[in-house]
Design a protein around this ligand. Structure first.
Ligand code: NAP
Length: 294
């Protein structure tokens, strides 16, 4: 089974393509290449500035729209009930589709959580109206989820969070399991630990010796081992690449299996320290970044 069934019965492919930091001019080719290689899930966001190119890549691939799972995110400057309804219109128009498969809130925006709750209410309206097939959140902690569930009528289908062998978020994953939320890993192969130009003091998961040894045993790459680790532990993963060979490699993880011992060795790499931003840190400047009209 190479897909997950969300809490409302909608099916989500286990491995998708992420497009954060994919330049618009390379995004069309990356999406087309992924779809031609058999990928059926693309994860973008209003804030990535490449929804239009994702739509173009989809059309150029020739793969029917209904065969592809399209996920995008509402940015915080579009939080609030009416603004989020309009954010859907902007995203759908840029992608060139009538309906989205999954629409999620990009950040908890802890400093204005009331507006986050209003946005989520708008997602529930979009879901009820059949304009999105599933709704969810991103970068929520267990505390954010608890606050959300105090007013939400629909349990989020996914929570997309930083998750790789150096930051495995066991407590959050347990909260997801309790609530019926699918864990979706961003930076699933540790991109945030080695983004080019983001500082040299970080330790790259991609260069981890334990993962390298396990990869050698299976004749697979470190990225494939990490993606297989996510898959065997029941997570959705959305590795980003603009390189056709690496895109194909990241989809090719279904012909080998990690042993319980290997999974445990990867689990043991967790440092408990995130590389990305703390979702509780107040960052009002995020609200100044506006998402253009379609
Ligand atoms: N919700 C959020 O706040 C949030 C935050 C960050 C990311 N995301 C989502 O998650 C997606 C993935 O996360 P990410 O982009 O941070 O990191 P990632 O997918 O873990 O890693 C991407 C990096 O790995 C390289 N790469 C890809 N496949 C490879 C392979 N097989 N071997 C070696 N290197 C490989 C890519 O370079 P090339 O392109 O040159 O191959 C890129 O530098 C994003 O694109 C985005 O959709 C969401």
């Amino acid at each position: 089974m190479n897909e997950w069934i969300l809490n409302n019965g909608v099916r989500l492919p286990a491995i998708g393509l992420g497009v954060f930091q994919s330049p618009p001019d390379e995004t069309v080719a990356a999406v087309e290449s992924a779809l031609r290689a058999g990928c059926r899930h693309i994860d973008t966001a209003a804030a990535y500035g490449n929804e239009r190119e994702v739509g173009e890549g989809l059309r150029r691939s020739g793969v029917p729209r209904e065969d592809v799972f399209l996920e995008t995110k509402v940015w915080v400057s579009d939080y609030g009930y009416d603004r989020t309804l309009h954010a859907f219109d902007k995203a759908a128009a840029k992608l060139g589709v009538d309906r989205l498969d999954l629409l999620i809130l990009h950040q908890p925006a802890a400093e204005r959580f009331e507006s986050t709750l209003e946005s989520y209410r708008a997602l529930q309206t979009l879901l009820a109206d059949g304009r999105v097939r599933a709704i969810g959140v991103s970068n929520f902690t267990p505390a954010h989820l608890e606050r959300l569930m105090g007013s939400a009528t629909v349990v989020p289908a996914v929570n997309q969070v930083e998750l790789h062998p150096y930051f495995a978020q066991a407590e959050l994953q347990e909260a997801h399991a309790r609530l019926g939320i699918l864990t979706q890993a961003w930076s699933p192969i540790g991109g945030i630990t080695f983004y080019p130009g983001w500082g040299d003091e970080r330790r790259s998961v991609m260069d981890d010796p334990t993962i390298g040894k396990i990869a050698g045993v299976h004749g697979k790459s470190p990225a494939q081992v990490m993606l297989r680790w996510h898959y065997q532990q029941g997570r959705s993963a959305i590795p980003k690449s603009v390189n056709p060979a690496r895109i194909a490699q990241n989809l090719d993880i279904f012909d080998f299996a990690l042993s319980e011992h290997e999974l445990a060795r990867i689990d043991a790499l967790d440092t408990g320290v995130r590389s990305g931003p703390d979702p509780d840190v107040v960052a009002p400047e995020r609200f100044e970044f506006l998402i253009p009209e379609a």
